[in-house]
Structure formats: C-alpha cells, structure tokens
Write a new protein. Sequence first.
Length: 252
Amino acid sequence: MSSLLQVKNVTKRFGGVVANRNVSFTIDEKDITGLIGPNGAGKSTLFNMVSAVFPPSEGEIWFENHKIDSLPSHKIAPMGISRTFQNLQVFKKMTVIENVMVGLHTRTTSSLAAAAFRFPRSRKEEKFIYENAMEVVNFVGLEDILEVDAGNLPLGKLRLLELARALATKPKLLLLDEIAAGLNHQETLEMSDLILKIRDQGVSIFVVEHDMDLVMKICDKIIVLDQGEKIAEGTPKAVQNNQRVIEAYLGA
Ligand code: ADP
Ligand code: MG
C-alpha cells in the first residue's frame, strides 16, 4: 500500500490563532479517510492547505512524489487533487451543465483570467469539456435537470452539483468538506453510496463530516482533530472507543 498524500508536521497560524498545530498523517491510495472534530478544530484549514488555498506556516505537504505546499492553487487540479467547499461554490445563474463546464474551464486553464473571459478554444477542446461534464453529471444522477439554473435547485441537488464539479477534473484525491450537511436521511444514504462508488473507480477520498453514522460506515481510517491538534487516528471502531475522542467530540 502506497501513500498518496503525506502531511508532515503542519502548523497554520492566523495571527494569534493556531488553527493547526504540528499535524502529521498519510492518506493511502483508494482509501476513504475521515477527518472529524468539533467546530473550529481546524478541519477546513487543513483542507485549504492540501488544496493550496493557502500555504502552511510550517511543515510540508507531499502528493505522490511532489512537494505541493508552496504551489499556487491552479496547479493543484491538474496534479489530481480536487475538492468541494463547505459553503457551496456554484454559480446560481448558470445551469447545471454550465456549472460543471465552467468548473472544467477554470480547472483546465492555468490563467483564471483566460477562464473568466472564456478565450476562444478549439472545437476539440470544447467537445472534450462538454463530454467530460456530461459524464460526471450522469454519474451523480443530475442528467434530468441539465438545463435548470443552479439557483432553483434544492440543497440536495446543489451538493450533487458541487460533487460533479469536483469530479469533472478526474481527481486521484477528492476532498469533501461536509458534503452531507443539511441532507435528509435518504439523501445522506444516497450520498454515501455515491462516495463508495467513486472510491470503487480508484479515487482516494478525504472527507470532513459531522454525520457519524456516515463517517463510521464509509471510512477506512479516521483522523480526529481537536483545537488544531491531531488527538487520534485509526479505524472507525478504534476511534469510536478512544476515550480522548469521546471527551473531545463524540460524547458531546
Ligand atoms: P473547522 O473546519 O474544524 O470547523 P476551521 O479550520 O474552519 O475549523 O477553523 C479553525 C480555526 O481557524 C478557527 O478558530 C477559525 O476561526 C480560524 N480560521 C480559519 N480560517 C481562517 C482564516 N482564513 N483567517 C483567520 N482565521 C481563520
Ligand atoms: Mg469547517
């Protein structure tokens, strides 16, 4: 088993706030790894560093054989890392298919400006983007509402759209930040089936989630953060029975 992602002694400070303190772990290929902990524990901050939204204050992040902690964020998707956001990033006035296509434009173009102004591309490129977008829209099950504006979609469909956008670049590592937040029971079950299906295609998944039934069901390994520090790591069963985890998070 080889490690896809290595986080080594990562610390992140925002002024006086230490959002992550000396955090280390690895993510193995084709694993579903959970990241749990109370609000403010530093989960999203860690995701932001792995997806190069900002660099760590200290420490290193390696993906495959590349040191990625000082790369600009547009270099991350082409390497094979993609993510969803806790606060959805869809464009409300664009349709479902347009949202996925524009995601591919930004993620396949090195310059954000070029993507924003949609500099003309070859027909071949346009076709490639359309076909990729259709493939993921079908995969997540949004094919019946291709032409609906995102602004008219209920939360459950918006979360699927956010997922489709992240999948469109065909990541090797997919980061899901609270992808099931606000979903009802049935939608949550469907989302967990979808996550398992994505992993079956060979994608490694790193997931922040508060729904413990979901986390315990799908994760191979779980990392627990509390006040910026890693307090536990192990199988769902080991973590559930860990006294420190129960006190910091699960027992609440
Ligand atoms: P979680 O996702 O586990 O709820 P976060 O990573 O969002 O936690 O936040 C961890 C801590 O870092 C919090 O105290 C939060 O206020 C702070 N923080 C996160 N992002 C920023 C930022 N961009 N600027 C300043 N402080 C931040
Ligand atoms: Mg968060």
